[in-house]
Write a protein that binds this ligand. Structure first.
Ligand code: NAD
Length: 489
């Protein structure tokens, strides 16, 4: 699309039963790098959700009776079509979200394509269980069937990436879906809807209703004909979804926030650790649930680490996201930028040292980006463990660095937050990395690397970071209902 250069507002429509449908009211959507309204997103409510759920219910009998191979071929076709338009999708994602064009080109859209290919393939390889009881003359086996209409709710940080991570397994398993992307980042979902017919996705299999969480999201969560909700977003919203869905006993998958520690022992290879930890702290403006925000460095290397880490962080260039040489784009909204800045101010007020970034270094922006929501990568040292900066998810380009002495101590401190999503351990001692990995309260532990994912394996968090896991087997189990059948012969 040429909307990148168009002055007219882009107006999105809901996608229901294979058709684009206008809505009676709209929400403004901002370009975070300029601060301008550039798009209008349907402000859907009960009525639109009702229509979408009905379309999904109507499509279910035919879609669920297709063979996995037929569905797999359609998913692969959709992946090819998105890949064909990769550049247009990347431009749109960058403009809508504020992320750098480089990140959208290399991470968001390729991963969205991969999500469809991955589940197109994995759906062909599941086997069910069978046991025998010769003494009883019985054989038992399990069969799995799609559940029905799946409600999918996704956040703004990795819009198409996270939405397709839900749509792909849901429809591969034979469910039909009603998806609600974040009202702040709806454009790429709408672009994907334009490709569904060509890919061979029958009308009603994928419906997308745009709008806010309070209206469209809640209508979906409360709809009696939507037996499962897959949600990625904040812990606070998950609590609300859990409450609202409780009267219906819905099946929930909740992928939530994090306060992810990185533990750097004195035998770590700093030449790898430092650039990777800068990336794990600031990639996508720090707006990834897996981003590192607490770095524990063993005392003997603390000063050297800090010096080299700050020098590396300062190399990251912040500015116009459509410039491919930039490393950091704009934050999602004005309100979010203010919230992230408040954390830095609080840390300063508590006596912590801001070593680079916000309030310390000048931020030079091109004329067109003066009103954008930018913030430099910010490193804070000497923060107390009980400070809100070490306890709460900031979800911006801010990371805290503190010293520790012993393995026992750092495990206790790393675990002393309500979250438990992802942790990183840096050490060349193989015994230690296994030991520490086992004791960290975290759904994912990376050792001497970050964000290396095998989609086959479970993804998800412990404690306030979530309930349930996603991945080849886990998503298959979530999106299907299992039955145990016993036959006496
Ligand atoms: P959010 O919880 O505000 O919103 C997420 C989605 O839920 C949006 O589509 C929103 O419209 C919708 N929503 C809001 N209120 C709702 C309600 N009452 N009922 C139904 N839906 C509702 O989160 P966000 O600010 O968009 O995203 C950032 C959060 O997402 C961070 O906490 C981040 O850690 C988390 N996240 C987690 C993962 C993961 O895989 N664990 C991945 C990415 C982001």
């Amino acid at each position: 699309p040429t909307m990148a250069h168009s002055k007219a507002l882009l107006v999105l429509e809901n996608f229901i039963g294979g058709k684009f449908v206008p809505c009676s009211s709209y929400i403004d959507s901002y370009n975070p790098s300029t601060g301008d309204v550039y798009c209008r997103v349907p402000d859907s409510g009960k009525e639109e959700v009702e229509a979408a759920v009905k379309a999904a219910k109507d499509a279910f009998p035919i879609w669920s009776s297709k063979s996995p191979l037929e569905r797999s071929q359609i998913l692969n076709k959709l992946a090819d079509l998105i890949e064909h338009d990769l550049e247009a999708f990347a431009q749109a994602e960058s403009k809508d979200q504020g992320k750098t064009i480089t990140f959208a080109r290399t991470v968001d859209i390729p991963r969205a394509v991969h999500n469809f290919r991955f589940f197109a393939s994995s759906i062909l390889h599941h086997v069910t269980e069978c046991t025998e009881m010769p003494a009883m003359g019985c054989v038992h086996y399990t069969s799995r069937a799609p559940v029905g209409v799946a409600g999918l709710i996704s956040p703004w940080n990795l819009p198409l990436y996270l939405l397709t991570w839900k749509i792909a397994p849901a429809i591969a398993c034979g469910n039909t879906v009603v998806a609600k992307p974040s009202e702040m980042t709806s454009v790429t979902a709408w672009m994907m809807c334009k490709l569904l017919e060509k890919a061979g996705v029958p009308p009603g299999v994928v419906n997308v209703v745009f709008g806010t969480g309070a209206r469209a999201g809640e209508a979906l969560v409360c709809h009696p004909d939507v037996p499962l909700i897959s949600f990625t977003g904040s812990t606070q919203t998950a609590q609300r979804i859990t409450e609202r869905s409780a009267p219906h006993c819905k099946r929930l998958s909740l992928e939530l926030g994090g306060k992810n520690p990185s533990i750097v022992f004195d035998d770590a290879d700093l030449s790898q650790c430092i650039p990777t930890t800068v990336r794990s702290s600031f990639a996508n403006q720090g707006e990834i649930c897996l981003c590192t925000s607490r770095i524990f460095v063993q005392r003997g290397i603390y000063s050297e680490f800090l010096k080299r880490f700050v020098a590396e962080a300062k190399k990251w260039k912040t500015g116009n996201p459509s410039d491919p040489t930039m490393d950091v784009g704009a934050l999602i909204s004005k309100e979010h930028l203010e919230k992230v800045r408040t954390y830095v101010k609080k840390a300063q007020a508590e006596g912590a040292r801001v070593l680079c970034g916000e309030g310390v270094d000048p931020l030079a922006l091109p004329p067109g980006n003066q009103k954008g929501y930018f913030m430099l990568p910010t490193v804070i040292a000497e923060v107390k463990d009980e400070s809100c900066c070490m306890q709460e998810e900031i979800f911006g380009p801010v990371t805290c660095v503190v010293a520790f002495d012993t393995e026992e101590e750092v495990i206790r401190r790393a675990n002393s937050v309500k979250y438990g999503l992802a942790a990183t351990v840096w050490s060349s001692n193989v015994g230690r990395v296994h030991r520490v990995a086992h004791r960290l309260q975290s759904g994912l532990v990376w050792t001497n690397c970050w964000l290396v994912r095998d989609l086959n394996l479970p993804f998800g968090g412990m404690k306030a970071s979530g309930i349930g896991r996603e991945g080849a087997k886990d998503s298959y189990e979530f999106f299907t209902e299992v039955k145990t059948i016993t036959i006496k012969h």
